[in-house]
Design a protein around this ligand. Structure first.
Ligand code: HEM
Length: 127
């Protein structure tokens, strides 16, 4: 059985819904008092990083690895203090963002599970 997350890109038809998802997500991060301080002032680079990562993870072009090498996501998150509070805030913003992009509607249960597992793995602080 193929990994279902890597089949999502085909059903989306283009990168556009992923860029929309990332915009919706970061417009919430921008207003989030728990998460905002973790990110740099200019969110342009974080937006691009997340978008090209998700394009690749969902089975699209591998621009992320071409530009940034192996994802090593846990290591890349180590500089930021991520406890349950930060993880819950990240998830809450992503769940709302997913609900705003119609192309993701059929993938919400799968992506909720995928992001939940991934975000839990990023926790690097007891609280
Ligand atoms: C658990 C809560 C999380 C917090 C608080 C968090 C926070 C951050 C911060 C502060 C950055 C640095 C900004 C940047 O350079 O992009 C970052 C980078 C990144 N995050 Fe997260 N993150 C979380 C979970 C996740 C999850 C679940 C994913 C993917 C599904 C993810 C994907 C990424 C990616 C792709 C990057 C860019 C890495 C790079 O290439 O430098 N993050 N994250």
């Amino acid at each position: 059985m193929q990994d279902p997350v890597s089949q999502i890109y085909k059903t989306l038809g283009s990168e556009q819904p992923i860029y929309k998802l990332v915009d919706e997500f970061y417009s919430r991060v921008e207003q989030d008092s728990v998460l905002r301080p973790l990110y740099p002032e200019d969110l342009m680079a974080p937006k691009r990083h997340l978008a090209i990562f998700l394009v690749q993870r969902f089975g699209g072009p591998t621009t992320y690895s071409n530009e940034r090498g192996h994802p090593r996501m846990r290591a890349r998150h180590m500089p930021f203090k991520i406890g349950v509070k930060e993880k819950d805030a990240w998830m809450a913003n992503m769940i709302v963002a997913l609900s705003t992009v119609p192309e993701f509607k059929m993938h919400i249960p799968l992506l909720q599970e995928y992001f939940e597992e991934f975000a839990t793995f990023m926790i690097n602080q007891p609280h």
